[in-house]
Ligand binder design. Structure first.
Ligand code: FAD
Length: 354
């Protein structure tokens, strides 16, 4: 059985950011990642995806992503950056190693993996959410005979060319998928509420700045600043072009699905060929269930990034509930640094005794 002071589960951007800071502390550690190659979820996103912040503002701690201020990186650029980041800092990532379960044993943790068991004194979970796509429970969904694909598995519009398609979801994924599908298919955008768009000149940096303001206010015990409420969807070029073509219009959701299509709120039934669910993800935390820390809402209760029930367990990168903007490249460094400070402090007394 392999043994380390700290095992980080997940080798996407969050796991790498934690690794960057772990290099600086006198602890043994490893990152276990289920994928065959570097990049976390990025290699599995759709072909045309562009990051919504310029390269310079899409960087992990220590090394700025090449590309400067004018370039919105492609999926490939993000994967290449993460691959080089691992190499640059010689991060000890073991793959493919899928952690099935984390258990408490003999005062430490045992991680059951498909590559044997690992022991750790502390665990950092950085498994993201890509492994758990979320699809709403629409009545009749199981009867629908057409094609259904979640954005996690959607790659390119060609397979849906010429078809009647509904794109469900009012976030950036929905907007980007609708934008490209509308070029080749009869696509309708379905959103819970009217989508809201950031002004053209405002990109993902704004979302990070907003998160930073919240973070600072919380740290200093001040009331949070009122949200500027500029909108949610970043107007990357394909989305802007879709707006200019007049296709960025959304309708409210259908009430149920049938074998051939959907039923709209006014009772009208319509045949559709395919539905693309851009309805988000849930945190991938199945491996933590044996610890009894996963709550009914599918999350782990944390203070900062540290589990409240299990004080030698940390969670990094899952979204604002584990640190403001922590699910972004530029935002996760802050959570990672704080986490490693806490891990080092928690393990230090035992180090001294040993
Ligand atoms: P992941 O990248 O999912 O990495 C987690 C890793 O853990 C994976 O390799 C996975 O295989 C592994 N893993 C999971 N479970 C286990 C297990 N049990 N055992 C071992 N390994 C496991 N962010 C930005 O900063 N800028 C953007 O422009 C941007 N655009 C986005 C566009 C879309 C469509 C989406 C969905 C997200 C975007 N994001 C963007 C958000 C964010 O960068 C990603 O969600 C990011 O991949 C999260 O990183 P992560 O390391 O937390 O998780």
């Amino acid at each position: 059985m392999q043994s380390r002071d700290v095992v980080v589960i997940g080798g996407g951007q969050a796991g790498l950011a934690v690794g960057f800071y772990l290099r600086r502390v006198p602890l043994s550690w490893a990152v276990l990642d289920a994928q065959d190659g570097p990049g976390g979820a990025w290699p599995r996103t759709w072909d045309s995806l562009r990051l919504f912040s310029p390269a310079r503002f899409s960087s992990l701690p220590g090394w700025i992503m090449p590309g400067g201020m004018d370039e919105y990186p492609t999926r490939e650029a993000a994967v290449e950056y993460l691959a080089q980041y691992e190499e640059r800092y010689a991060l000890p990532v073991e793959r493919p190693v899928h952690v099935r379960a984390v258990r408490r044993e003999d005062g430490g943790f045992v991680l059951d993996t498909d590559g044997g068991a690992w022991r750790a004194r502390a665990v950092v979970s950085a498994t993201g959410s890509w492994a758990r796509p979320y699809v709403p429970d629409v009545p009749g969904r199981e009867w629908f005979g057409g094609m259904q694909v979640h954005s996690a598995w959607y790659r390119a519009p060609e397979a849906l060319a010429g078809k009647r398609v509904l794109v469900v979801g009012g976030g950036n994924s929905g907007a980007q998928v609708l934008a490209e599908l509308s070029l080749v298919a009869d696509a309708t955008w379905v959103t819970l509420a009217e989508p809201t768009f950031l002004p053209d000149h405002v990109d993902g940096r704004y979302l990070f700045d907003q998160a930073t303001a919240l973070y600072r206010a919380q740290k200093q015990g001040r009331p949070p600043p009122p949200p500027a409420d500029l909108g949610d969807i970043v107007m990357v070029p394909p989305v802007r072009q879709a707006r200019d073509r007049g296709v960025l219009r959304a309708v409210r959701p259908f009430v149920r699905m049938t074998e051939r299509g959907v039923v709209w709120p006014d009772g009208r039934e319509e045949a559709v060929d395919a539905i693309v669910w851009c309805t988000g993800f849930r945190p991938a935390l199945e491996h933590l269930r044996p610890l009894g820390v996963v709550e009914a809402d599918g999350r782990v209760r944390v203070q900062g990034t540290r589990s409240v029930r299990e004080p030698l367990l940390w969670l990094v990168g899952y979204g604002n509930w584990t640190g403001f903007a922590s699910a972004t490249l530029i935002g996760v460094g802050r959570s990672a640094r704080g986490t490693v400070d806490e891990v080092a402090a928690a393990l230090a007394p035992a180090e001294g005794k040993g």
